[in-house]
Design a protein around this ligand. Structure first.
Ligand SMILES: Nc1ncnc2c1ncn2[C@@H]1O[C@H](COP(=O)(O)OP(=O)(O)OP(=O)(O)O)[C@@H](O)[C@H]1O
Length: 254
């Protein structure tokens, strides 16, 4: 019962503008959960609330029994988080950064060294370990952030747009790893606005639009609700975005 993430009537405002409106939601381990929604729909906000990086204006959140407002530290210990934005310390070299992350998770030196070596190989960072993270290309920086999320064998994987900017080898491996992690009882929550990724990976889709949940369930359940065949059509139908697409096409075609 405790081993899940629960949102009860959660709202979050920036200034007077709502980013999330009255969200109630259960996110369970054992599934690949995908937070799907267009730009600005509240995906990153929802992830930051789970970690206690920001606080809700209303409602309650429980993460494996912990309240992220009162108790963010134990949540961060059991979570591997890949933020959407580049949060690396650019003055650290790649290996120094990974060592720093391992220390913040409280890993013993022997375990830390072993795990760092493992993620360096997994994310093909061997020839970059002495480079400053600030001098890396965008894709390599994403790889370092991904590597950092896998250092401490977390119970929860919280990945904000993890596939953006990484090459197809890493993307393919990551998809397999996330599916297997979910099968083995870990909690996987990743955000994307790429429908193909949701289609290929999701056991559970949480469709967000303008700060509200407009559909949840398996791919089949979401398609049934929208009465459509493919996720792209379901997305356009549930978010009532068909007209917007026509307008974009008209504007670009002149
Ligand atoms: N720090 C902030 N200050 C003011 N408004 C913010 C802030 N962070 C987010 N917002 C607003 O909250 C809403 C939700 O943003 P959020 O980043 O959660 O969306 P998202 O679904 O992750 O978008 P994207 O796919 O573009 O990354 C947006 O309208 C955004 O402009």
């Amino acid at each position: 019962m405790f081993e899940m993430i629960i949102f009860q009537n959660v709202s979050k405002y920036y200034g007077g503008t709502p980013a999330l409106k009255n969200i109630s939601l259960r996110i369970e381990p054992g599934k690949v959960n995908i937070l799907l929604g267009p730009n600005g729909s509240g995906k990153t906000t929802l992830m930051k609330l789970i970690l206690g990086i920001i606080k809700p204006d209303a409602g309650k959140i429980s993460v494996y029994g912990y309240d992220p407002v009162q108790d963010p530290i134990p949540i961060r210990r059991i979570t591997g988080y890949v933020p959407e934005d580049d949060t690396l310390y650019h003055s650290l070299r790649v290996k120094e950064y990974l060592e720093f992350v391992a220390r913040t998770y409280g890993l013993k030196p022997g375990v830390a060294e072993r795990n760092i070596e493992r993620v360096i190989d997994a994310f093909m960072l061997r020839d970059k370990i002495h480079e400053f993270t600030g001098s890396l290309s965008h894709g390599y920086r994403r790889r370092v952030l991904l590597a950092a999320a896998f250092i401490h064998d977390p119970q929860i994987y919280l990945l904000d747009e993890p596939f953006i900017g990484v090459d197809p080898r890493i993307a393919r491996a990551l998809k397999t790893v996330l599916k297997n992690k979910a099968k083995n009882g870990y909690l996987v929550l990743l955000s994307t606005h790429v429908l193909e990724i949701a289609e290929a990976l999701a056991d559970n889709i949480i469709l967000l639009y303008k700060g509200r949940i407009i559909s949840t369930g398996s791919l089949r359940e979401v398609l049934e609700k929208a009465r459509t065949e493919g996720l792209e059509e379901a997305f356009l139908s549930l978010t009532m975005s068909r007209l917007q697409v026509e307008e974009i096409v008209k504007a670009l075609m002149g």
